[in-house]
Design a protein around this ligand. Structure first.
Ligand SMILES: [Zn+2]
Length: 306
């Protein structure tokens, strides 16, 4: 992709993401869902990334069947299923949730009812069982029905041996939420990061759900440690990424955290920290379209140890 196209692409992805979060508390018209298109991005042999609205979906197809990572919104299940049929001709046998948010796990009930075994970190199941809210986006999720719940949960890590690969699931503690998982295809050298990584823009951190900038930094570092220059990285949001792009994102998080930490240590209040513009050097590259610098600084601050 050319730089110019990438810029335009990033901007559209960011705006789409912002809209999907900001509007998710309201009932969208069916016209809205009708207008969403699912794009299939080839990633490696038997591996694909589906982009529609919400989090990127990872897909593995092969002799053991189809399994997917995340499932976007319930209203998009038919379109996602159609895209999967085109790739593999089979329904998902396994479905991994990278975390509980509705733009990643909203299709759980539909895919669960269709027979997929849902796998996630134990805190994802715990979050789906109860009402959860994201005050920043005015979003409330009611307790999820049984078919939407993970049947298999893990605590620190687990492996799936599917479609010729050894697929490692690693929990990333207190990063985007308290239940994040990254999914590493060790043979294919592909990783799905969930929302530990937003490629190209400031990430939302759900501090209400146990997320923190420290966890985002540690999580992106953990992926960097797994990766080499040939690794293809499916981010939670934004286009398919390289290690260099993840490194730039990680460096941004480190700098933002350090600048805000310094002001916290000086005893500044939240409003004084916002007024000091601690991310000014980063904003032109990372704030475009989704989280404004002020909102981003407040999110980082709210998830920091004081
Ligand atoms: Zn999320």
């Amino acid at each position: 992709m050319s730089n110019k196209n990438r810029t335009i692409y990033n901007r559209v992805a960011r705006l789409t993401f912002a809209c999907s979060f900001l509007l998710s508390a309201f009932a969208w018209s069916s016209d809205h869902w009708d207008s969403v298109q699912i794009t299939t991005v080839p990633v490696a042999d038997g591996l694909y990334m589906l982009m529609g609205e919400g989090g990127n979906i990872g897909v593995s197809v092969g002799t053991d069947g189809t399994f997917i990572i995340d499932d976007q919104y319930a209203q998009l299940t038919d379109k996602i299923s159609a895209a999967l049929t085109e790739i593999s001709g089979t329904k998902p046998r396994f479905l991994i949730n990278t975390h509980w948010h509705g733009d990643h796990a909203g299709g759980n009930e539909n895919f669960g009812e269709a027979g997929a075994v849902i796998v996630a970190h134990e805190n994802v199941r715990a979050s789906l069982l109860v009402e959860k809210s994201i005050p920043l986006f005015n979003m409330v999720k009611p307790p999820s029905p049984k078919a939407a719940l993970p049947l298999i949960t893990f605590k620190d890590q687990m492996s799936l041996h599917l479609n010729g690969d050894d697929v490692r699931l690693y929990h990333i503690a207190n990063a985007h939420t308290d239940g994040d998982a990254i999914v590493y295809f060790s043979k294919a050298n592909v990783v799905h990061t969930g929302d530990v990584f937003f490629n190209g823009f400031y990430p939302f951190i759900d501090t209400n759900s146990g997320g923190s900038i420290a966890g985002m930094i540690a999580g992106s570092k953990a992926v960097l440690d797994l990766a080499n220059d040939k690794t293809r990285i499916m981010p939670g949001h934004g286009p398919l990424a390289t290690k260099a792009e993840l490194q730039a994102y990680h460096d941004m998080l480190v700098l933002a955290e350090a600048n805000i930490r310094k002001l916290v240590d000086e005893g500044k209040t939240e409003d004084q920290i916002v007024a000091a513009k601690p991310t000014a050097a980063l904003d032109s590259a990372w704030a475009d379209g989704f989280l404004s610098p002020e909102v981003w600084v407040r999110i980082v601050y709210s998830g920091m140890q004081k």
